[in-house]
Design a protein around this ligand. Structure first.
Ligand code: MN
Length: 425
């Protein structure tokens, strides 16, 4: 496949960088260099610059190792900071303040408070329904009435570049009576959009869908790594658990909602919804995702085809009075379009492994050790521009050997090496 769009845009010196990371974007991240403390940064082209030096008396919000304080500050402060950044960078990065992207290490930009994953793509839900329940209706009766989701594990949300240890768990081979235990043999990805809550809601008080703009800070790319064999055995009746909770990779840049105004589109036509899910403005986003597997682009999922919007997801998530907090992360679920080359998970792309795809000259179904997957995306900006989202990159490393089931008491449990658990830049 040809791969022009965001393909190399996150690499330093890419010709696309200046265009994708101009003043119309100004994403938020956290970076460190030379062993110094991490600090919030923004990005202009291939340069990163510390925000504290650019925003006057808002600096204390950014003289911190994360974006947590800024996220909690609320919409007026977010808008003020963005205006100050645009003004300070109008003529480029001031002399002496910028660093090249390849000189810094990017970190998880905020403390993930809670993590909820939805199932908002009708194409994905239909495909998975057919694969997991071939004899039943593809969509459950509730699917078009509420955005289906589950609460995941915030602690295993990691920054792009963090290696992913192949999970071990129970899985029942086809036709077998009893489960076996061992490393997942059907390790998969899910290409998703993640939404970062800036200011949350108190317990007992829902977020009205008309007020979501005041709560929702921005967008990250998100890979919800999934062990399909573990998932298939465990998920009835309570949903995903260990098949999902071992790792979720996000891009290190949060693109603020304020940068995405030109990307707003209507969601695809919906069946009638209850009033608390009715939207007053377009809440879809025309984000074009790209899935690269071992250096080859294998899928281009169009987020604009997603059925449920982020406003509906946040309204639904809180309608029962559940609180959200600054740093809450909720994700779209796998983004899949109607075409085969738009499917955002390998279980769909290969139809459960029955239809392998060619990846760098090999016939492949699920992930093997040392495989690397990178998510990228672009979206429309103002005046015909495009904006980039950075990348969500992760490499699969072997399961801990021997797996826990094989450990003898006489042999202390080995731990994953530092290499497997550290972020790499
Ligand atoms: Mn997911």
């Amino acid at each position: 496949m040809t791969a022009r769009t965001p393909d190399s845009a996150d690499s330093p010196d890419s010709p696309d960088s200046a265009a994708l990371y101009g003043l119309h974007n100004l994403p938020y991240g956290v970076a460190s260099a030379d062993g110094a403390e991490p600090r919030p940064v923004t990005r202009l082209g291939d340069e990163v610059v510390e925000i504290a030096a650019l925003v006057g008396d808002l600096a204390p919000l950014f003289e911190q190792p994360s974006l947590d304080a800024f996220l909690a500050a609320g919409r007026p402060t977010w808008d003020d900071a963005r205006a100050r950044l645009a003004s300070a960078l109008a003529d480029g990065v001031p002399a002496g303040l910028g660093r090249s992207l390849d000189e810094v290490r990017m970190h998880l930009p905020f403390t993930v408070a809670d993590y909820v994953d939805f199932y908002a793509s009708e194409h994905h839900a239909t495909n998975l329904g057919r694969l997991f329940r071939p004899d039943g209706e593809a969509l459950m009766p509730n699917w078009k009435h509420l955005p289906v989701g589950y609460t995941g594990r915030a602690a295993s949300v990691v920054a792009s570049g963090t290696d992913v240890v192949r999970p071990c768990g129970q899985r029942r081979p086809p036709g077998a009576e009893a489960p076996t235990f061992g490393p997942s043999t059907r390790l998969d990805i899910e290409a998703e959009i993640g939404f970062v809550v800036g200011t949350g809601n108190a317990m007992g008080r829902a977020i009205d869908i008309a007020d979501v703009d005041d709560h929702l800070f921005g967008v990250v790319l998100l890979n919800d790594w999934s062990a399909r064999d573990i998932q298939a055995w465990e998920y009835v009746p309570l949903g995903p658990h260990l098949g999902k909770s071992f790792a979720t990779t996000i891009s290190p840049w949060i693109v603020p909602m304020a940068a995405l105004r030109a990307a707003r589109v209507d969601v695809p036509g919906q069946d009638p919804v209850l009033p608390y899910l009715a939207m007053e403005r377009p809440w879809g986003l025309d984000i074009e995702l790209e899935v690269e597997w071992n250096g080859e682009v294998v899928s281009r999922p169009p987020y604009a085809t997603t059925y449920w919007s982020p406003a509906q997801m946040l309204a639904h998530l809180t309608v029962n009075g559940a609180p959200t907090r600054s740093g809450d992360l909720f994700a779209s679920g796998t983004v899949s379009g109607p075409e085969r080359h738009q499917r955002g998970a390998f279980i769909e792309l290969t139809w459960g492994g029955a239809e392998p795809v060619e990846v760098a000259g090999e016939q492949r179904t699920f992930l093997e050790d040392d495989d690397e997957v990178v998510l990228r995306a672009t979206a429309p900006g103002p005046g015909g521009t495009r904006l980039g989202f950075g990348e969500a990159r992760g490499r699969v490393v072997p399961a801990i050997d021997p797996p826990p089931s094989a450990r003898a008491a006489a042999h202390p449990a080995p731990h994953a090496t530092d290499r497997t658990l550290q972020e790499t830049s």
